[in-house]
Structures are given as structure tokens and as C-alpha cells.
Design a protein around this ligand. Structure first.
Ligand SMILES: *Cc1c(COP(=O)(O)O)cnc(C)c1O
Length: 477
């Protein structure tokens, strides 16, 4: 048999490229027209044809790429990529459970159903079903928040940064707020207490030093223009060694003796004692109120495990003022937030079931042995995917709560460590691998450290494991 290679065909020229009109009338384009509509289809087809003309000018156009079927495939691929959602699910294997850049808390099914209902049906968002008159959207969650925190009243805004801004602007506009120098925190992403105070119109009076603040510092700073004493949770750092700070109980006593409110930005703000599940202890909102705080602000999507929101609870008279501030209207939450928040709060009425039902708490309390078993199952899957240039091993590691909550405390976990074999520095190879993981249909986000790529399995629950493995098996080269 003659095995001589075929003579290469001459490249196609611009004249071989079909017209847009002919293409759109071809039977191969009929399903595309139905799926995407005429406007998008002709727009993208025109772009593809123009690109083919440029390829033809370079003498690199193949006849095979000009059939209606080939062109339909090209255009379909382009349209699908263009219409793919930009906000996509990823696998968070970073080891940080509440990862701000990956969307913080994951919500339970109850919230998902409630959001779906709120999206697709009219609802009594600001409608009083008893009187038929106008209602207040805060009424939907205020009783529940009061029940769970022991506060007299509550309101909700877009996030905790907004809650702090609104609280300060309402209670301390053009007046002084006293804060310890040890608590002038910066949360990642441009939230700094001194800056937000300035924007709120509050005058910051710094007291004490970075490491030590005494009761007398608060007492001596109070003057005729003082509006409040403010405490801020040191969310993402710890001051250690020769330190002193005044707890909220004492600060409240000092404030109340002078007829002033004591306010607290609690940051994460948990509603239950996390120590009962072996997690690092955090002051609860209830304890903070019970200790004498007049206003407490905290996030909805950190330890609480709900949607992005800023919760403000405290004395009825102060909450009333806060709700009357015109800024409240600008910072209010939408119905989707309220729909998602209510079922999360309701879960706290049944603390015994919380570790199974509240997604974030379930992730925090997963035992290392669960991730260990997963690591054993997934090691061969990952090894096949990375190829022989790398070695995949199970590794004990530590997860973090994240979002500034308990920055020093870590949760024993297990995962996979991927190292490059062979000479030279591994950095470039690991970066390449990390990019490959990020380019998967559902991107996998890990972490490079100590010359290895680490995948912490804490946030890959057992029910997601088959899809995770399937994706890798399908991508094997
Ligand atoms: C996280 C945090 C904030 C900001 O809360 P967001 O809900 O992210 O707006 C403010 N103060 C403290 C102490 C925090 O930890």
C-alpha cells in the first residue's frame, strides 16, 4: 500500500469564506438560531467570519474549518463561553472556611428555599398582614433577633461596616466617640475604624496605648461632647504580652455612670457559645448585651452563618433613633437578604441540631478523621490527574475559621499535599498546577506554601466528593 503522505491542500482564501447571510440560512445554524436568537447569533458569527478573513490573509486558513458544521461549532463554542455566568461555583480547598473572596458563609437549604420563594412570589416585605397597612421590613426578623440576643430591639442593614457607620452617624455625629488605641482595627478590604468614624461624622478620641488601656483612660476622656464609649473586637489580630484592656462590663459601668451609651462592634458576633463544640470561645452577642452594652453590631455572614448583613441590636430608644436616620434607607437590606436570614436565625432556637443544620458550623466541627478518609480516597484521583512529575500525599494540616474570626486559632484538618519531583525550584511548576486547577469547569482553589500545593478537604463535604473526583477524572491528560 502506498504510504506516501498526502500532498498538503492549498490554504483557503477569503473568497472561500461563506457570507453571513448564507451561514445563518444553513440548516446547521438553525438550532443555534433557536437557542441564542438572531441578534447574538449574527453578532458573534460576524466576528468569527472577520477572524477567518484575517487568518486567510496570513495564508493559514484550512478548508476544513469553513464547512457549515465547523463554523456552527466555532460559533456555538463562542456563544456558550460568552453566556456562561461570571459568578461561578468553585471548590474552596484553601483551608479558610469563611473566605471573604470566596463569598464567606454557605447557607443552609432552608435559606435557599426561602430566597427562591421571595424571588418568585410577592411577599409581605413591608405589609402588615394583620392590619392591611404598611409594615416595616425589620419587623420580619426583629422579634427573633431579640429572642436570641436578649436585646430590646434590632435592625438590619447591608453589612457590618454599614451597621458601624449608621450607629456612629446616628449617635455620634459631630460628637466624640472614645476608643482604645488597642482596638483601632483595620479589617481587610479598606475598612478601618478611624476612617469609618470620620465618614460617619464622629470625632475619634483615642485613649490608652496599643497594648494597655485602663479604666481611668476612659473616665478621663469623657467630656461635654462625648457621645459614646466604643469597643471594637480585635477581629484579625491579638495583642499579647504586657497588655491590659477593659471589658465591656466595666466600660458600660463607666459610660452609664455618666449617662452615656456603651457601644460594641463585635465583628463576627456569634449567637451561641462555640466552646461547647470544642471551638475557640468567642463573646456571644447575648453575653455582650447582658454585660451592659447598649448597642452591639455584628456581621450576618461570618460566624452567624447567614447572608451578608449587618445586625444592630440593643436598647429600644437607641435603635429607634438609628432606624429614623435617613442613611438607614440607603443602607437597608433587600428582601433576598431577609428571606435568607430568617431561617438561619430560626436554626439557633434548636442549638442541639445546629452542628448538622447550620452549614458553617457543620464545616467548623468536621472531625479531622472525616477529611483523613477523604484524603485517602482522593490521593489516587489527584495523583492520576497531576501526572508523574508530581507526588500527591495525604497531609495533616490546619484550617482557619476566616473572615477575621479567631485569627490565631486553627482547626485540625487533613488534605492533600502536592510536590513537584525533579530538579530545580518547584515554584513555576506549582504555579502551573495551581492555574490548571483554577481552569477546571468548577475551579479548585488551593494554596501554595512551603514548596507545595495544599488542598484542605474541610470544605469538600462527602456529598460533593463524587462530582469533585469525576471532574478530575474527566480532565486527565
Ligand atoms: C468584619 C468586621 C467588620 C466589617 O463587617 P462586614 O460585614 O464585612 O462589613 C467590622 N468590624 C469588625 C470588628 C469586623 O470583624
Amino acid at each position: 500500500m502506498n504510504t506516501a503522505s498526502p500532498i498538503p491542500a492549498a490554504p483557503a482564501g477569503a473568497k472561500d469564506i461563506p457570507s453571513l447571510d448564507r451561514l445563518l440560512r444553513s440548516p446547521e445554524f438553525e438550532p443555534l438560531l433557536r437557542a441564542w436568537g438572531h441578534t447574538q447569533l449574527s453578532q458573534i458569527s460576524r466576528i468569527c467570519l472577520q477572524e477567518l478573513r484575517e487568518t486567510a490573509l496570513n495564508g493559514q486558513l484550512l478548508h476544513a474549518s469553513l464547512t457549515s458544521a465547523a463554523l456552527a461549532h466555532t460559533v456555538q463554542t463562542r456563544l456558550a463561553a460568552r453566556n456562561a455566568p461570571r459568578l461561578r461555583p468553585v471548590y474552596n480547598l484553601t483551608g479558610t472556611v469563611l473566605h471573604t473572596n470566596l463569598g464567606r458563609a454557605l447557607l443552609p437549604d432552608e435559606s435557599v428555599h426561602a430566597v427562591l420563594r421571595a424571588l418568585t412570589s410577592p411577599a409581605n416585605l413591608e405589609f402588615d398582614l394583620d392590619t392591611g397597612g404598611r409594615g416595616d421590613r425589620d419587623d420580619l426578623i426583629e422579634p427573633l433577633l431579640c429572642e436570641l440576643t436578649g436585646a430590646e430591639a434590632a435592625t438590619v442593614v447591608n453589612n457590618n461596616a454599614a451597621a458601624v457607620l449608621l450607629m456612629l452617624n446616628t449617635l455620634s455625629d459631630q460628637r466624640e466617640s472614645i476608643v482604645s488605641r488597642g482596638e483601632l482595627v483595620e479589617i481587610g478590604g479598606a475598612f478601618r475604624i478611624p476612617d469609618i468614624m470620620k465618614r460617619a461624622g464622629a470625632r475619634l478620641i483615642e485613649i490608652g496605648t496599643t497594648n494597655r488601656t485602663h479604666a481611668a483612660d476612659y473616665e478621663n476622656a469623657i467630656g461635654p461632647d462625648t457621645a459614646m464609649l466604643l469597643k471594637v473586637h480585635c477581629s484579625n489580630y491579638a495583642v499579647k504580652g504586657f497588655t491590659k484592656s477593659i471589658d465591656i462590663g466595666q466600660v458600660a459601668q463607666i459610660a452609664h455612670a455618666r449617662g452615656l451609651p456603651a457601644c460594641v462592634d463585635l465583628g463576627s458576633g456569634t449567637l451561641v457559645d462555640l466552646a461547647q463544640w470544642g471551638l475557640p470561645p468567642e463573646p456571644t452577642v447575648r453575653d455582650t448585651i447582658a454585660a451592659g452594652a447598649d448597642i452591639v453590631t455584628f456581621s450576618g455572614d461570618k460566624l452567624l452563618g447567614g447572608p451578608q448583613a449587618g445586625l444592630i441590636v440593643g436598647r429600644a430608644e437607641l435603635i429607634r433613633k438609628i432606624k429614623k436616620n435617613p442613611l438607614k434607607r440607603a443602607l437597608r437590606v433587600g428582601k433576598l437578604t431577609l428571606a435568607a436570614l430568617e431561617p438561619v436565625l430560626a436554626l439557633y432556637r434548636d442549638p442541639e441540631h445546629l452542628p448538622e443544620r447550620l452549614t458553617t458550623l457543620r464545616l467548623f466541627t468536621r472531625p479531622a478523621s472525616a477529611m483523613q478518609k477523604q484524603a485517602t480516597r482522593l490521593t489516587p484521583v489527584l495523583q492520576a490527574w497531576v501526572g508523574t512529575d508530581f507526588v500527591v500525599e495525604t497531609a495533616a494540616l490546619f484550617s482557619q475559621i476566616g473572615s477575621g474570626a479567631m485569627p490565631e486559632d486553627v482547626l485540625p484538618s487533613c488534605g492533600l499535599r502536592i510536590r513537584h519531583l525533579g530538579p530545580g525550584r518547584p515554584g513555576r511548576h506549582l504555579a502551573h498546577l495551581e492555574t490548571r486547577l483554577r481552569s477546571l469547569p468548577q475551579p479548585v482553589i488551593g494554596r501554595i506554601a512551603e514548596d507545595a500545593l495544599w488542598l484542605d478537604l474541610r470544605c469538600l463535604e462527602e456529598n460533593q466528593e463524587p462530582a469533585f473526583a469525576t471532574q478530575l477524572n474527566a480532565d486527565r491528560t
